[in-house]
Design a protein around this ligand. Structure first.
Ligand SMILES: Nc1nc2c(ncn2[C@@H]2O[C@H](COP(=O)(O)OP(=O)(O)OP(=O)(O)O)[C@@H](O)[C@H]2O)c(=O)[nH]1
Ligand SMILES: [Mg+2]
Length: 427
């Protein structure tokens, strides 16, 4: 755990409802990891087997009492619940346990807020936070609100004398959300133009996806160092949950003039709050619009299978349909006796820190994204020397021969190039 002046460590107790499904144990481990990522020290865990949460208090009555005792015994500052709670559940649990209550959604939002660095990420997180707050607004003037509702309902639409503090707050937050949305739209408009241009250029897009901390950014950096147009433009990588909150796109140039764009994006976690998914939709669009996905898995983590199913669920939620996918079992160097790199079709076992692994990965990517490229011979008349230069600069040239009629070139062309040079093709 990292402790510093800015983040005094808070002692927390985790609380989870065990619906006896397969994911529960893992969700609780994940919740502990999330809490640690948010500068919390987990001092205890209380669970209850229940089909569905108690509408008023999340846990049943006896369990709330047990939770209260645990809070006192461990001198905990807070209770963190594995499920998103309703405003009244939070209120009732707070008074029932004497501790602050934070649900899983608020916890994830907190982490995102502390990690957000770029303008876009900050806007996205702020919107998601306000949306979370909106139905949870509380004020001492609740009574007044009740009176007003009793007195004829629709009066909320008329501002002025009868308006409660709560309603003013709500309107204020709604207004703020719409301002932030507009600002985000403006910033994202830039991104979209960039993406549209890219599509026109018909450069292939490859996107790294996967569970948080799997090694996506490390793979991105490994490839950028070897093939990046700008080899210094590496991204932030770190051993923490949600190190990456913004999408980075880098152009990679392979030695034979083939190139593609690689994007790195925010990692996934189970029950990623809907508000966040919605707010990050544009960020995740890189993945949704990719030609090829690279799913990175932390193979050294004993829960890697659960992480893969979380990734599958999240991809579905953001509308990623049937984009071809390469599965990368990463961090093989951490597993004793594991030989790597190893390839079985579109499944790779490798280490992001190993050059031979990165070479193997590039080869598989190459086979996927260049499968529509064609190798052919073209004959360029001498007076059209600029076409020879163009091919040398932009295509993959295997051999050049000077014959009587011009320059004979053996080349591999993209579909766009093939159309452009169709008139020069010779058999
Ligand atoms: N030993 C070992 N460590 C690795 C490997 N790949 C990544 N790591 C480490 O794993 C940690 C997480 O790596 P990142 O690349 O930041 O992970 P990420 O998938 O981008 O994570 P988020 O951005 O949080 O979603 C870092 O400390 C890396 O150094 C690997 O192949 N072997
Ligand atoms: Mg990352």
């Amino acid at each position: 755990m990292i402790e510093n002046e800015l983040h005094p460590v808070r002692k927390v107790i985790l609380a989870g409802l065990d619906r006896q499904n397969a994911e529960f144990d893992y969700e609780m481990i994940e919740l502990a990891n999330l809490a640690e990522a948010n500068y919390m020290e987990v001092v205890g865990t209380v669970t209850q087997k229940l089909e569905r949460p108690n509408a008023a208090t999340y846990f049943g009555k006896g369990k709330v009492e047990e939770l209260k005792e645990a809070v006192e015994y461990y001198e905990a500052d807070m209770v963190v619940t594995n499920d998103e709670l309703s405003p009244s559940q939070i209120r009732n649990l707070e008074s029932g346990t004497g501790a602050g209550i934070m649900d899983r959604t608020a916890l994830i939002l907190d982490i995102f807020a502390s990690r957000a660095k770029t303008k876009v990420a900050k806007l996205q997180v702020a919107i998601a936070q306000l949306q979370y707050q909106l139905p949870r607004l509380r004020t001492s003037m609740n009574v007044r609100l009740d009176q007003q509702t009793g007195g004829g309902g629709g009066s909320f639409t008329s501002r002025g004398a009868g308006e409660t503090k709560l309603e003013t707050n709500r309107r204020h937050i709604e207004h703020q959300i719409s301002l932030l949305r507009q600002e985000l739209k403006d910033v994202e408009a830039d991104d979209q133009t960039r993406r549209a241009r890219r599509e026109k250029e018909s450069i292939k897009n490859v996107a790294l996806v996967g569970y948080t901390n799997a090694g996506k950014s490390t793979i991105m950096n490994g490839l950028v160092r070897r093939y990046g147009e700008n080899q210094d433009k590496t991204v932030f990588q770190a051993d923490m949950l949600f190190a990456t909150l913004e999408t980075s796109v880098r152009k990679l140039n392979l030695p034979d003039n083939q190139n593609f764009l690689l994007s790195d994006t925010v990692g996934f976690v189970s029950k990623l709050p809907h508000g966040l998914v919605a707010a990050f939709r544009a960020t995740l669009a890189e993945a949704a619009q990719a030609d090829l996905l690279l799913q990175v898995v932390d193979y050294a983590d004993e829960n890697y299978k659960e992480m893969m199913s979380t990734t599958a669920k999240t991809l579905k939620e953001i509308g990623v349909g049937d984009i071809p996918m390469i599965t990368i079992y990463n961090k093989a160097d951490k597993i004793e006796g594991m030989s790597f790199p190893d390839r079985d079709g579109d499944t790779l076992t490798l280490s992001a820190q190993d050059d031979a692994s990165l070479d193997m990965l590039i080869e598989v990517i190459r086979q996927h994204i260049y499968s529509d490229h064609v190798q052919t011979k073209v004959l360029i008349p001498f007076e059209q020397g600029q076409l020879v230069s163009e091919l040398n600069e932009q295509a993959s040239v295997h051999s050049i021969d000077y014959v009587e009629a011009g320059t004979m070139m053996d080349v591999t062309l993209t579909p766009v190039q093939a159309a452009r040079f169709a008139a020069y093709v010779v058999d």
